[in-house]
Design a binder for this molecule. Structure first.
Ligand code: NCD
Length: 317
């Protein structure tokens, strides 16, 4: 696996949270917090990354991740290019690496990559020039490191701690990169009561999510939880035949107000979005007082600013 750190310990690439230390994650969260402003206030801007160029190379759909990487880069003074993959030569069969070499020749300093295939961000990281950084914007079902960071930041803002929290991650865990990065973030940060809950068909392999308790009943996982993270069914990673039926799924697995009442009274409800109201979550819960779903979106920009600031601070050697 490609080394993510420079010899001085700073982040060069961000492909996974799995190999970052707890203190490195904490440092990124602290820095991200300095970029958070309440809605209605102008977000902070600086010229810290003036002259740097960031390219977004997304071959899977994205709203929040793509837009927030763009805003994060612009708010730090960098230039951003969005590669419309359907309009680029990749649609003519150009390989990912040839596209990347082209962007590199155009003086791109950081590539944000989202791809449905396992290993693509790592492959690119292994081939770029030494001054170029690769940031994963979501790798298949495997990892989504900036999502893990923004989820951790959101929890910390509300709870001011990780130790002693009960965190339930619910839904299509098997196909979820969000769940895997959340698992890495929360377990590194000291959450010891980490629960995953899913119908058997959507449970990950036994070897994964070490240390989490596994629940095939939603109610069981919600009992006394401080944090409830709901996930979308990743249709694009399943065969038609394996797809759970929406209404039936909601009946057993949908987060309703009644079920949320099993969690602690001050529990927060999270969802990475896009959400399917009426399938994994009831609309009134998504918009209700315990929902921090929009905080997650706001924190996404702050986290990506912190990551870009660290990765691009050094400038080309
Ligand atoms: C998620 C993703 O793409 O992994 N969205 C996001 O980045 N916030 C979750 C999903 O697609 O369900």
């Amino acid at each position: 696996m490609t080394e993510q750190l420079r010899t001085d310990g700073s982040l060069r690439h961000l492909l996974t949270l799995e190999t970052l230390t707890r203190s490195h994650i904490e440092r990124l969260l602290e820095r991200a917090q300095t970029f958070v402003r309440p809605l209605g206030q102008r977000p902070p801007r600086s010229r810290a990354l003036e002259g740097a160029t960031v390219a977004n190379l997304f071959t899977e759909p994205s709203t929040r991740t793509r837009v927030s990487f763009e805003l994060a880069a612009k708010r730090l003074g960098a230039t951003v290019v969005q590669l419309e993959v359907q309009l680029s030569s990749r649609a003519k069969g150009e390989s990912m690496l040839d596209t990347v070499y082209t962007l590199q020749a155009l003086h791109v300093d950081a590539l944000v990559i989202r791809d449905a295939e396992v290993g693509v961000p790592g492959l690119v990281a292994a081939h770029v020039a030494p001054h170029v950084s690769v940031l994963s914007g979501g790798e298949a079902h495997v990892s989504h490191p900036t999502q893990g960071l923004l989820d951790a930041l959101t929890v910390y803002q509300r709870k001011q701690r990780f130790a002693g929290l009960a965190v339930a991650i619910v839904g299509d865990i098997r196909h979820s990169r969000v769940a895997r990065s959340a698992f890495h973030a929360f377990s590194k940060l000291g959450v010891t009561d980490l629960r995953i809950a899913a119908p058997t068909a959507l449970m990950p392999e036994r070897a994964e999510f070490a240390g989490c308790t596994r629940h095939t009943q939603l109610e069981e996982a919600l009992g006394g939880a401080d944090v409830v993270m709901m996930l979308r069914i990743q249709r694009e990673r399943m065969n038609e035949a394996d797809l759970p039926q929406g209404e039936r799924y909601f009946a057993a697995w949908g987060l309703t107000r009644e079920r949320l009442a099993l969690a602690r009274g001050d529990a927060i409800v999270m969802h990475p979005q896009p959400m399917n109201r009426g399938i994994e979550i009831a609309s009134d819960v998504a918009d209700g007082p315990q929902s921090v779903i929009r905080d997650q979106v706001r924190n996404g920009v702050a986290v990506r600013m912190a990551v870009l600031a660290e990765v691009l601070a050094a400038g080309p050697a």
